[in-house]
Design a protein around this ligand. Structure first.
Ligand code: BGC
Length: 699
């Protein structure tokens, strides 16, 4: 089974994508897949989970740690000495989460080979390790600089007021401090016998390399922050001093990854490309999974950078949760406990809008703080911020939290989270929808007006089909679960929920065509093709939505919306699913990486695996292929795509294998793509790990 992904040759235009493609991580931190001499200009970063900072009025975003794995050889730096490169390759082994780089440079006096291997320890999440080896063809004297890089890559920084460096007992320490007193501390044990100078976090030395001999530099580093403990400096110092050497850490790394793969590995006989793409997706989901935490969730761009403000979106509950439930149930619980712990933030947000209950942050940071700004996109032509309504109107986020809690309960059979506050969360979300609904004076219909559905290109619409059904699901879930748990629900209130659920407008399939209108008035919009709308762009980075966006007045949508409803909530006739798939797919730009997997799932539901297959690959290979949308107006939105990775898992399990959980058991209803002869994998269900094997009948 393939486990290595490799890119040969140096192309600076690939730096951003490679940083994502070759990402390593352990849930506590994510280290971009960049060569060791890269700094901020090459987007090198050690991204931390769950610790945020706001510089002045700029966007609040997560903190990056000073990079403790910096190494540079004079005359042999990819960007500065591109003319000297003889060969270059980057690779990642998903079997053990190790990043590799090998470059040969032509220097006066001989060829210098630089090899680099590094990983974020899965066994001890505060630790990072790297081994750099040098080999010269002839005798070379090379100036080296290695240590903790003081230049931290930030999008909306600089976040640190100061970074203090020291060297104690052979350990380099950096204390980075923000204006609100947050501290990020990096410590590095770097063994070298050569005499060196120390300044600004870096050791400088001159290495005399004898031809043919291998010189190795081992880096053992630790990161702790003030969010972890009272003395992050002491903790980081102790961690590197007590850490075993590189080889022992690597052995721990292999065994930690082996046990993760034991639960997660997917084998697809007959299609090595799909097999690698799925496992690569799962690698990313495992690399960013907060195994170390009790109540932390997973950001929309994982731990690949500060884009999307390091925030948690509906992506986690709706697209990633199935994988975590299937392979890492404790992580699933942690992501949902994060929602329970951030209920006060969600209640505060609702109150700010004059609403009741819990309105979860569209872009949730620590404590449930809303990271989404009123102006989330910058206009390419004027450079001015554009008013967007994601934060105010994407009310389906609260229902996503309910959906996640309910799914966790059904899949694990464990009501622990309900008792820990999950039932109260569900109640508060129902209260939120109650406070938003309006009743028509002349009829018994209730409406949810002025919302943004999953398709963000159409803002402030009424009765978005997806949103209304998710709100109804929330009200009904509250009615059925709240009486069983200690919440402050009042019986009259639950009766009102039941009544509202019965009267909230349902966008019904059209009796003739079976198509469900995405929102009131959608069918009256201009029916232009995606290509025609794209041709109207004056700048490729232009935002398609908002008041004047090219898609806003047309039926072209950003991503699965009605189709997401059909899959996520189910219960529609196959003919309805078919009619909507055929109607909406050609009108969908797939401008979000969350889109393709939903269409693939619906394609499987209507027995069209061959149509599902390219959409599935698009999701599974989102970070292998790179590219994708990098801009929303002038805002950089690149990074990894964990929701697409989770979506690929969903297509495999619930689409191609057709797995349906039934009580403690399950059944399979496969519709395998051509060429797949056998699929096998493990899935946790109701506290037991089940083995799934699906074989195609010989044709
Ligand atoms: C999508 C959202 C998604 C967010 C983060 C946006 O482009 O429209 O649905 O939650 O990205 O992935």
């Amino acid at each position: 089974m393939q486990t290595v992904i490799e890119k040969k040759g140096y192309d600076p235009a690939q730096n951003a994508d490679n940083g994502n493609r070759f990402l390593t991580g352990n849930g506590y931190m994510g280290v971009r897949g960049t060569p060791c001499e890269f700094g901020p200009e090459g987007m090198a970063a050690v991204n931390l989970a769950g610790i945020y900072h706001q510089k002045g009025d700029a966007w609040r975003e997560p903190l990056n740690a000073p990079n403790p794995l910096y190494f540079e050889a004079e005359g042999a730096s990819l960007a500065a000495d591109a003319g000297n490169i003889l060969s270059h390759a980057l690779s990642l082994d998903i079997a053990d989460g190790t990043f590799h780089r090998e470059t040969a440079f032509s220097l006066p006096g001989g060829v210098l080979h630089i090899a680099q291997e590094r990983f974020c320890s899965m066994a001890q999440v505060h630790l990072l390790a790297q081994r750099v080896t040098l080999r010269a063809s002839g005798s070379l004297s090379v100036s080296l600089r290695a240590g903790i890089d003081s230049r931290v890559w930030d999008i909306h920084g600089p976040h640190y007021d100061r970074i203090d460096f020291a060297r104690e007992d052979g350990v380099i320490v950096a204390d980075a401090v923000t204006d609100d007193g947050k501290t990020v501390c990096a410590a590095l044990r770097l063994c070298t016998d050569e005499p060196c100078a120390f300044s600004g976090g870096l050791l400088s030395l001159t290495a005399g390399l004898r031809g043919g001999e291998v010189y190795a530099y081992e880096f053992i580093a630790a990161i702790y922050t003030s969010a972890d403990c009272a003395d992050p400096r002491g903790a980081a110092l102790r961690a590197v001093q007590e850490s075993p050497g590189y080889d022992a850490l690597l052995a721990q790394q292999r065994s930690a990854w082996n046990s993760l793969w034991d639960d997660a590995r997917v084998i697809i006989d007959g299609d090595p490309r799909a097999e690698f793409a799925v496992n690569y997706s799962l690698y990313h989901l495992m690399s960013i999974a907060p195994r170390h935490a009790r109540d932390l969730s997973v950001p929309a761009r994982g731990l690949s950078g500060q884009t999307y403000k390091g925030a948690i979106f509906w992506d986690t509950e709706m697209f990633m949760l199935d994988f975590y439930l299937g392979a890492m149930p404790q992580v699933a619980a942690s992501t949902l406990r994060y929602r329970i712990a951030t209920l006060p933030g969600a209640k505060k947000k609702a109150a700010e809008y004059g609403l009741s209950g819990a309105f979860y942050a569209w872009e949730s940071q620590e404590g449930g703080r809303e990271g989404c700004s009123d102006y989330n996109v910058t206009d390419v032509f004027t450079g001015r911020p554009m008013r967007t309504f994601f934060r105010d109107k994407q009310i389906h986020i609260s229902a996503a939290v309910v959906y996640g809690l309910k799914k966790y309960f059904e899949r694990t059979g464990d009501d622990g989270l309900m008792r820990e506050g999950g039932a109260q969360v569900i109640l508060e979300c129902a209260r939120f929808y109650m406070s938003l609904m309006t009743k028509r004076i002349l009829s018994d219909t209730y409406d949810l007006c002025d919302v943004v559905g999953p398709d963000e290109y159409h803002e402030r619409v009424c009765n978005n089909a997806y949103t209304n059904e998710m709100a109804r699901m929330t009200l009904r879930t509250a009615c059925s679960l709240c009486p069983q748990y200690a919440t402050d629900a009042h019986p009259d209130e639950l009766a009102a929920f039941a009544d509202a659920a019965g009267h909230l407008k349902r966008q019904q399939p059209d009796p003739q065509t079976g198509v469900i209108e995405q929102f009131d008035g959608y069918f009256a919009l201009e029916d232009a093709s995606v290509d025609a709308v794209r041709a109207r762009l004056k700048d490729p980075r232009e935002y398609w939505g908002g008041a004047y966006g090219v898609a806003a007045h047309t039926q072209v949508i950003k991503q699965a919306d009605v189709i997401a409803l059909l899959y996520m909530l189910g219960g529609y006739d196959r003919s309805v699913t078919e009619a909507n798939y055929d109607y909406y797919e050609p009108r969908t730009e797939h401008g979000s990486s969350l889109s393709a997997c939903m269409y693939a799932l619906c394609a499987c539901m209507i027995g069209r695996p061959e149509e599902a297959y390219p959409l599935f690959l698009k999701s599974a290979e989102a970070d292998i292929q790179g590219g994708g949308k990098q801009w929303a107006g002038l805002v950089y939105i690149g990074g990894t795509h964990p929701a697409a990775a989770g979506g690929a898992y969903m297509v495999l399990l619930f689409g191609f294998l057709g797995l349906r959980f039934e009580g403690d058991g399950f059944s399979l209803h496969p519709c395998l793509p051509k060429g797949w002869t056998r699929v096998s994998m493990n899935v946790w269900h109701r506290g037991t790990r089940r083995r799934i094997v699906c074989e195609a009948l010989p044709s």
